[in-house]
Design a protein around this ligand. Structure first.
Ligand SMILES: *[C@@H]1O[C@H](CO)[C@@H](O)[C@H](O)[C@H]1NC(C)=O
Ligand SMILES: *[C@@H]1O[C@H](CO)[C@@H](O)[C@H](O)[C@H]1NC(C)=O
Length: 227
């Protein structure tokens, strides 16, 4: 989400800011850190539910805006149940680079479904291209970065995560190419566009199975449960 904002974006983010001021906690998917290094960490996410919409575009920022706009309408009540859903973080953008025609990439924008609706999320409108995704637990390598996530830095951050992993015992994450249609990497955004300093973003790469996370947890007692 770049510094250029449209009206819906301002409204969406005002909702986030107000929720933050009121409840002082915005829900995020729960995970356990199984391993931490200075420049990345490995997390085991518990099973989670997401609302997802596909966007094809050449621009990460534009695709994220288009997708988030649809998700925002859904959480504001544009769903078959007319239910409003609290804003959560992070908003994910899954990326399969150059998957489409004319150098466009395939993006999937995802909203984390809060606990209240986990077992039965409001149903997407029939003509929307929103779907409910149920994720099994997921083992994910994560690199944090600050500033705005934008077209000029997201691929570099992903490459840096890959470089860090290659020099670690987690190198085998990079052995397996993503299968057809699977995201090569995901950008997780936590901050509203109004926030200039201390912005939080992450790049995620998922392991094909959660086995590595579980053996790391068994081998160390260092795992801690994130709030
Ligand atoms: C949404 O509506 C469907 C169909 O009427 C119903 O089965 C489901 O329980 C509702 N979900 C919520 C969250 O109210
Ligand atoms: C990667 O390596 C870890 C640790 O050596 C191992 O537990 C895990 O099963 C491996 N994963 C794959 C996909 O090969």
């Amino acid at each position: 989400m770049g510094p250029k904002m449209s009206v819906w974006m301002v409204l969406a983010m005002a909702a986030v800011v107000c929720a933050a001021a009121g409840a002082d906690s915005i829900e995020s998917p729960p995970y356990t850190v199984v391993h931490a290094e200075s420049d990345f960490e490995i997390r085991l996410y518990r099973p989670s539910t997401w609302i997802t919409t596909p966007v094809e575009d050449i621009s990460f920022s534009k695709a994220t805006q288009i997708g988030f706009h649809k998700l925002f309408q859904y959480i504001q009540g544009a769903n078959l149940n007319n239910s409003r859903v609290e804003m959560t973080t992070p908003v994910l953008t899954g990326i399969v680079p150059s998957a489409g025609p004319f150098c466009s990439s395939a993006f999937a924008i995802r909203f984390f479904v809060p606990h209240e609706f986990k077992d039965s999320p409001p149903l997407p409108l029939l003509d929307s291209d929103l779907t409910v995704e149920n994720w099994d637990e997921k083992c994910v390598a994560v690199r944090a970065f600050s500033g705005f996530a934008k077209d000029t830095n997201v691929a570099q951050e992903a490459a840096q995560l890959e470089a860090s992993l290659q020099n670690s015992k987690w190198a085998n994450i990079t052995d397996s190419e993503p299968k057809d249609g699977e995201d090569a990497y995901t950008i997780a955004q936590y901050s509203s566009p109004f926030k200039i300093l201390g912005r939080v973003n992450e790049v995620w790469v998922s392991f094909p199975s959660s086995e590595g996370c579980h053996s790391a947890l068994l081998n160390t007692k260092a795992g801690r449960v994130a709030p």
